[in-house]
Design a binder for this molecule. Structure first.
Ligand SMILES: [Zn+2]
Length: 206
């Protein structure tokens, strides 16, 4: 028995005792190109590669090692570093422009001056019918924890309310000055909270 190591020309893997003809029938040899391509992409996990090739995760780990790839943990760490940072919602970008320190908790929530702030969207909503039909903005209270919610209005401004003023599940309001009296369900005082950035306190925590 020879001690000389033999390698397959195609997939550059070391051949075992079973020899070349047996090796060419293996999943690894047949899918070597795909395996290499997947291992080169750090964000595809060994588990995912195993699933796609129909082999065990342990087999993928062994093959990756033989083929000279970093281990799963290193590949994952590289993936995380290369992954582009998720963009913050516009309210937080604007807050940063105003000098606030924003510590993102997700794309739509962040800590600002120790307060949990979230961004939501306000949308147009029709109330009534015919000549009694008015168009108002409709807002929903966010589920989950928050101290301040900023709803983005269609004109790009923000309605900024503290939690204590967001006791509703859903409400409507008219963002513009109007001679129309509105309805009992539309709260005009929210208008004063449009662009009320002072709720966030002073920029730079001062
Ligand atoms: Zn091969």
């Amino acid at each position: 028995m020879s001690d000389t190591k033999r390698y397959c020309q195609t997939c550059r893997l070391q051949l075992d005792k079973r020899g070349f003809s047996r090796h060419t029938l293996s999943v690894v040899h047949r899918k070597a190109k795909l395996l290499r391509a997947m291992l080169e992409r750090n964000c595809i996990t060994h588990a995912e590669i195993a699933r796609r090739l129909g082999v065990t995760r342990e087999r993928v780990r062994q093959l990756a090692l033989q083929m000279g790839f970093p281990d799963g943990r290193s590949r994952h760490a590289t993936c995380r570093m290369q992954r582009p940072k998720k963009e913050m919602a516009e309210f937080f970008v604007k807050a940063q422009e105003r000098g606030f320190e924003v510590e993102p908790l997700g794309t739509k929530s962040a800590y600002i001056n120790g307060k949990i702030c979230v961004q939501r969207q306000a949308c147009w909503h029709d109330l009534g019918k015919g000549k009694y039909k008015y168009t108002y903005l409709s807002i929903y209270r966010p589920a989950g924890r928050f101290d301040i919610c900023a709803w983005k209005l269609p004109d790009g401004r923000f309605l900024i309310l503290p939690r204590k003023l967001a006791g509703f599940r859903q409400t409507t309001f008219n963002p513009e000055e109007s001679e129309r009296p509105g309805t009992a369900s539309s709260s005009h005082h929210y208008r004063e909270h449009i662009e009320k950035w002072s709720l966030l306190g002073e920029p730079h925590g001062g």
